[in-house]
Design a protein around this ligand. Structure first.
Ligand code: FE2
Ligand code: FE2
Length: 186
């Protein structure tokens, strides 16, 4: 039997199953992952994004000194984008029938990144670069985990990962500019 015939031969059965378990919403019987584990992983990412939003917001306000205006704007832009990541993750958790954990209690403990204030502009940029690099590693691992089990979540995480890589590159560029010495290993 051709692949298309094999895939569609069960259509009566697929229709029957679709009518059952309506409470599961978007999660159908052929969901390849473990929903509980998926929600737990995504909630870790939620905590990471919350910490990133707060750290960038603090940096956007606290950055001071000559030539800090452009840096402040960059921090503020990143805070906004981290918040968008947070929204995307929370929506996906909801689609999977889970509950996004937005409880501020223990958020730092659940996050991969740290809330580091930094003593000065350079410190702040460095802390943000570190956090982005932590984010990149964790998202890349998650992309591999979700793989073919849950392509929708994987694609979402790939999108976030790409933006974290842009963020890291932005912070690296700022560091080179403001530290005044070449850090090029590219
Ligand atoms: Fe993010
Ligand atoms: Fe980021």
């Amino acid at each position: 039997m051709s692949t298309s015939k094999t895939l569609l031969s069960d259509i009566t059965e697929i229709r029957r199953r679709a009518r059952q378990h309506l409470e599961a919403g978007a999660v159908t019987q052929n969901y390849g992952g473990d929903v509980k584990e998926a929600v737990a992983l995504l909630n870790h990412a939620v905590a990471t994004e919350i910490v990133c939003v707060l750290r960038y917001k603090f940096h956007a306000v606290a950055a001071a000194g000559i030539a800090s205006e452009a840096v402040k704007a960059e921090f503020a832009q990143h805070a906004k984008e981290e918040e968008e990541h947070l929204d995307l993750l929370a929506e996906r958790i909801n689609q999977l029938g889970g509950k996004p954990n937005l409880n501020p209690d223990g958020v730092g403990g659940r996050a991969a990144s740290e809330y580091a204030e930094g003593e000065n502009l350079i410190d702040m940029i460095k802390e943000d670069l570190v956090a982005e690099r932590v984010g990149i590693e964790t998202y890349r691992d998650m992309v591999r985990y979700f793989g073919e089990r849950d392509p929708t979540t994987r694609v979402l995480l790939e999108k976030i990962l790409a933006q974290e890589e842009e963020h890291a590159n932005d912070m690296h560029d700022l560091l080179v500019t403001h530290e005044g010495r070449p850090m090029l290993q590219k």
